[in-house]
Design a protein around this ligand. Sequence first.
Ligand SMILES: N[C@@H](CCC(=O)N[C@@H](CS)C(=O)NCC(=O)O)C(=O)O
Length: 227
Amino acid sequence: MSLSDLPILYSFRRCPYAMRARLAIAASGVSCQLREVVLRDKPDALRLASPKATVPVLVLPDGRVIDESLDIMRWALAIHDPCHYLQPGQGLHEQMEALIAANDGPFKKHLDCYKYPDRHTDDEQFTEATRFSALHRAQASEILMGLNARIEQEGYLVGKTPCLADLAIAPFVRQFAQVDRAWFDAQPWAALSSWLVNFQSSTLFASIMGKYPAWTPDSEMVLFPAG
Ligand SMILES: N[C@@H](CCC(=O)N[C@@H](CS)C(=O)NCC(=O)O)C(=O)O
């Protein structure tokens, strides 16, 4: 098989959804061609493959398109899962799925409202936006306290070893922490903080955060994970 027959991954370095897809692909060791996308200037090839044009999108050699990050994770790990991320232990699948659903639903919503409250120059509206942001930070924090309790008990989100939920959720917790690092570090969630530090200092995370120029049809092929 030639390199140009590898699956194509449209990705954006800082997008948490794209990060988790890259994490699973890197963990599986499955090779892809990576195409870095600039969201404000998406390539036609991405729109053609997936009209909703979100990242990540994976185009398989047989033409199938996977345009949901969780589906890309499951696809890669179904091929090769040396760390058993898809097997959190007997009876724990439901917990794993419920945690991911809570992250992708309510937590993501609160994260966005915390991170991007409408900022207006008008004083009254500015105060309103600040209040709105604080409210959503508090609601997201309740979910994070739940994660903290789980990590405190077992070491990871679901049991004593990392699973799909850890990979799928960590990029979003990282984004939350980065909004106001000093505030995050002052919260009573030591177990969650060290889980996040371990994730961010892992070789797996380093392996997915390489910087690439935006892809164009004339670009050289980028092999991912890097050889
Ligand atoms: N449910 C999708 C969500 C992906 C998503 O929303 N990605 C964002 C970037 S973080 C995006 O592509 N947004 C479209 C845009 O900004 O134009 C998934 O899990 O893959």
